[in-house]
Design a protein around this ligand. Structure first.
Ligand SMILES: [Zn+2]
Length: 245
């Protein structure tokens, strides 16, 4: 999510997945919702036209792994495949971007709600992965059960982050309340940064900063919980496949 470092999110994911009630988070249905409103101004689907030819080649290699099946025709990575299908068949527009690192942030990926229809459903989102950041991300985690990126190859690391971002996208496309919270977080974060720059030494200012930071933390935890749960499952299936289980 916006403005959070890989380590920060990895630590948060580890904390959330270590303490969450598995059933309720993992049971969140990921199948395509049939009550989403259609945006008729754009045909739905996953769009790759924002990718350079070089990035498109990388994206195609990721897609091939997501859609890979075994001899019986079953997906090699069931959870990742299900997340992909939920997004691809959501009836909405999903842009893919693989930007180069700008030298400032440390985000591994993010989902941005670009368009909301009259009923509050996201009708267009952008999924961004930052390959340069993912390449250099560490497996720092306090959770023995979930060590992000540990044991994964270069492409699989991208897939782990893709799983996390797809989960955000599924929720954003399916739940107006989730999409609204994503927009709230983006706006709270921008306001926080602006307020930070207006620094004044006073108890009122300090209290206002504390309250703003608290609102950001609460929103972040709500939004990250399902994405972290999905990422952990994707990481597990990637590591299990790698070790031949
Ligand atoms: Zn996230």
């Amino acid at each position: 999510m916006a403005g959070k470092s890989v380590v920060w999110i990895a630590t948060l994911c580890a904390a959330l997945t270590a303490t969450m009630a598995n059933a309720d988070v993992q049971a969140a249905p990921l199948e395509t919702s049939n009550h989403l409103s259609m945006d008729t101004t754009n045909p739905s689907g996953i769009y790759t036209d924002r990718l350079s030819p070089r990035r498109l080649k990388l994206w195609k290699s990721l897609t091939a792994m997501v859609l890979a099946t075994d001899a019986a025709g079953n997906p090699l990575y069931a959870r990742l495949h299900a997340l992909w299908q939920a997004v691809a068949t959501s009836g909405h527009v999903v842009y893919v971007e693989l930007p180069a690192w700008n030298g400032i942030h440390h985000k591994a990926g993010e989902v941005v709600v670009e368009k909301v229809d009259q009923k509050g459903y996201s009708s267009a989102v952008a999924i961004r992965l930052y390959p340069d950041v993912i390449d250099h991300a560490t497996s720092e985690s306090s959770d023995e059960e979930f060590r992000p990126f540990l044991g994964l190859g270069k492409t699989e690391r991208y897939l782990e982050v893709l799983g996390h971002e797809l989960a955000h996208a599924v929720m954003a496309l399916r739940e107006p309340d989730y999409a609204r919270k994503m927009l709230d977080l983006a706006s709270e974060s921008a306001n926080y940064a602006a307020f930070y720059r207006m620094y004044v030494e006073s108890p009122q200012y300090a209290e206002e900063m504390r309250q703003r930071a608290e609102r950001i933390q609460i929103l972040t935890e709500i939004l990250e919980r399902p994405a972290c749960a999905a990422e952990m499952e994707v990481w597990r299936e990637l590591t299990q496949k790698r070790s031949g289980k």
